[in-house]
Design a protein. Structure first.
Length: 145
């Protein structure tokens, strides 16, 4: 009885060590494949369209529907929608941490009619010219030019 218990224990230890070694070999192969895999290409930066001042009768950049506010009607204490909003909505500031353009100054714009979403530059953004780009350089690099 004691000998059988010892044999069963040794067999269990041997089989479990084989299973453990097999798992380690599979993990090592997976790590080597991950190390040898090529670097993924970085995502391209999203395009940011120029600022458009949105107000009533401003056309959408995609479907050309003019902007129109929603009209509500109040009847006996209940509010009913008489006509839906159409065209581009007012752009909103970005507050999403997972936004694709979070590193660039931008606004989120959308259209009620065609459900098109795009990024818009803020109104106070300025385009860099060669003159302003030269003044952004450190003093040592400006002297060399």
């Amino acid at each position: 009885m004691i000998v059988e218990t010892i044999i069963a224990g040794l067999t269990t230890i041997f089989v479990s060590s084989l299973i453990f070694v097999n798992a380690q070999i599979k993990r090592q192969r997976k790590w080597e494949l991950e190390d040898n895999a090529p670097e993924p290409e970085p995502e391209p930066l999203p395009t940011i369209d120029p600022f458009i001042e949105v107000h009533i009768d401003t056309p959408c950049t995609k479907c050309r529907t003019t902007a129109k506010n929603q009209v509500n009607k109040k009847v006996s204490g209940y509010i009913y929608v008489e006509s839906q909003a159409e065209g581009p909505a007012l752009p909103t500031a970005c507050c999403d941490d997972k936004c694709k353009a979070k590193k660039l100054p931008h606004l989120h714009a959308n259209c009620y009619s065609c459900h098109y979403h795009w990024f818009m530059a803020p109104a106070d953004s300025k385009k860099k010219t060669t003159e302003t780009a030269a003044t952004d350089l450190p003093k040592e690099e400006r002297k060399e030019q």
